[in-house]
Design a binder for this molecule. Structure first.
Ligand SMILES: [Zn+2]
Ligand SMILES: [Zn+2]
Length: 141
């Protein structure tokens, strides 16, 4: 189920993060909330450009970087060619299908590293990237 937000709610959510809610920023934010596919800049551009021709790829890119800076999105580098953006910022891992390119969320991933080795370090984020072939692609091959 995709949650629906009113424009006022979206504006509030952005303001709470210290982001000035411009029209374009609201549209990009709305897209991220309604399309939980870990999209690329291109995915977002292709969908939003139909309705908002004034929205450029550069604006989308800059908006996403601002969101990331403010902790609103997580930038994923699971894809070697393109950055993917995740609106879900609570800790979780990702599985990337090497056939269809889909990225799945993986919850409850236990990262088996020795925290003692990082004693005194301030850990910002931990990424778990798993690559393989998803269930759907195994069926169709
Ligand atoms: Zn697949
Ligand atoms: Zn995710």
């Amino acid at each position: 189920m995709v949650e629906q937000y009113t424009t006022d709610e979206l504006k509030d959510m952005l303001r709470k993060r210290g982001i000035q809610p411009s029209f374009h920023r609201i549209q990009v934010f709305k897209y991220l909330l309604e399309n939980r596919i870990h999209p690329t800049v291109d995915n977002i551009y292709r969908t939003l450009n139909k309705e908002i021709p004034t929205l450029s790829k550069t604006t989308i890119y800059n908006t996403l970087n601002l969101f990331a800076e403010k902790g609103l999105v997580e930038i994923l580098t699971i894809d070697e060619r393109e950055a993917r953006y995740d609106i879900e910022t609570s800790p979780h891992g990702h599985f990337k299908c090497v056939k269809c390119g889909a990225i799945y969320d993986v919850w409850d991933v236990k990262v088996g590293f020795d925290k003692k080795q990082l004693k005194g370090f301030d850990i910002g984020s931990v990424h778990v990237y798993i690559r393989g072939v998803c269930k759907n692609c195994q069926k169709s091959s």
